[in-house]
Design a protein around this ligand. Structure first.
Ligand SMILES: [Zn+2]
Length: 434
């Protein structure tokens, strides 16, 4: 049985010494025992922590990160979206595969071991379905397989250009499906890929009808939705329904632990409390929310489940994502430790991310996937730090990537900071972007 011996490892109950981690041939942890003997196990080159699930990704947007920073006459989320639609016009299945594979390699090297891909570009450039309607989804699946990252696929239902059934714009024509077409696509993908968790993602309450939302969310094990990222959406929702976005969703659907509400930035205190008791995960994407000028998630009032996503991929690092999350709250409330230190941040985000991805990941304990990260204890920022202060240093005290080795399902895909296929995947990415 494969085994790893770590002098220090982060287990669900906290930091432990001399941990022996064992897993079976299919990549599930069978033992995570502290104060154990090293015999017969590979020695970890540094402290071991659970791999981080990335709960929100639009992979293709990695290819346009940095292309939407200077718009004439002032930038906003909505001008950024125009640039994103222009980029989408050029995207074909081969490009999507190349960009996603490159992104997933970068995620793995940064400590993300699984990703939930919120995938909405379904059709060909003219808005017509591909002969094989699942072509673009297959590009994502192939990219994840090639990079070796864990995947939860979330095909997106997109119906309208705004509230009250506003027609979609030209820029949205590659996203649009009827509910029956969408459910057929999800069914076909599940038939082809029974080993992959495939949920559903009604894009947002402005891009699906109330009927469409209820129809695709009912009976599903996993539902992700964008919500209340921008005040404009909340104002339009109020004008349309008399309710704020999150308030409306909680009244309209049976939101529970199967749900992930991505962003949920603009909530009243009552909405924040109501969301927390549902058991749904809040999908926080602090670097993207900062980049787009969205606002701060009301973390100080929130006692529920949450995880992190890199969303538009202006940053691909769980350390930076957690740092921004905590620093945003510190700046807002003018106090420290609003969410917590490095260990508390890492464990909460890993557990919430696992919930949002619908997979047994996010902690080093029997029954979960052997997804783990070996940190570089020899970095100056981490040198001499032990247990409790290790992740404090990794999150708050440096910009150098502290990730050395990464295993997904017990298989090492990153060794000494290098991904096993990074040259080939980067070469394909360069050809695509060129
Ligand atoms: Zn998003």
């Amino acid at each position: 049985m494969p085994a790893l011996f770590a002098e220090t490892a982060l287990l669900p109950e906290g930091w432990a010494r001399d941990v022996r981690l064992e897993w079976d041939a299919s990549g599930y942890i069978t033992g995570a025992v502290p104060n154990a003997a090293p015999e017969g196990a590979e020695r970890a080159a540094g402290p071991v922590v659970p791999g981080m699930p990335n709960l929100h990704s639009h992979a293709f947007q990695r290819g346009m990160a940095g292309l939407a920073e200077t718009e004439e006459g002032g930038d906003s989320f909505w001008t950024w979206r125009r640039t994103m639609y222009r980029f989408v016009e050029r995207l074909d299945p081969e490009m999507l595969h190349a960009i996603a594979a490159q992104l997933y390699v970068e995620m793995l090297k940064a400590g993300y071991t699984a990703v939930a891909e919120f995938h909405y570009v379904h059709h060909d450039k003219d808005g017509q379905p591909y002969a094989d309607r699942e072509t673009m989804s297959e590009a994502i699946l192939a990219a994840a397989e090639e990079a070796g990252i864990g995947l939860t696929l979330l095909p997106v239902l997109y119906q309208t250009g705004g509230f009250a059934g506003a027609p979609p714009s030209e820029g949205q024509r590659r996203f649009i499906n009827r509910v029956d077409e969408f459910l057929a696509m999800v069914g076909e993908l599940r038939r082809r890929h029974p080993e992959i968790v495939i949920g559903v993602a009604p894009h947002s309450i402005r891009a699906v009808s109330p009927e469409g939302l209820k129809e695709v969310a009912t009976g599903q094990d996993l539902v992700h939705i964008h919500i209340a990222e921008q005040m404009r959406e909340v104002e339009e929702c109020l004008a349309w329904s008399g309710r704020r976005s999150v308030e409306w969703l909680l009244e309209t659907c049976e939101v529970d632990h199967r749900w992930c509400l991505v962003h949920a930035t603009h909530m009243t205190e009552a909405e924040t409390r109501a969301l927390a008791v549902t058991g749904a995960a809040a999908g926080l994407c602090p670097t993207t929310e900062a980049n787009l000028g969205d606002g701060f998630f009301p973390m100080a009032h929130y006692k529920g489940v949450w995880g992190i996503g890199s969303d538009s991929h202006v940053s691909v690092s769980p350390f930076e994502e957690l740092r921004w999350l905590e620093y945003g709250q510190r700046l807002l409330h003018r106090r420290r430790g609003v969410v917590g230190g490095g260990t508390a941040l890492w464990q909460a985000a890993a557990a919430g991310g696992a919930r949002a991805l619908g997979r047994p990941i996010g902690a080093l304990e029997p029954g979960r996937r052997a997804d783990f990260v070996v940190l570089r204890a020899d970095l100056p920022a981490l040198w001499g730090k032990r247990e409790g202060t290790l992740l404090d240093a990794a999150v708050f005290a440096g910009n150098r990537n502290p990730v050395r080795d990464v295993a997904v399902g017990g298989r090492f895909v990153v060794r000494e900071g290098r991904h096993e296929s990074e040259e080939r995947i980067f070469a394909a990415y360069k050809r695509s972007i060129a």
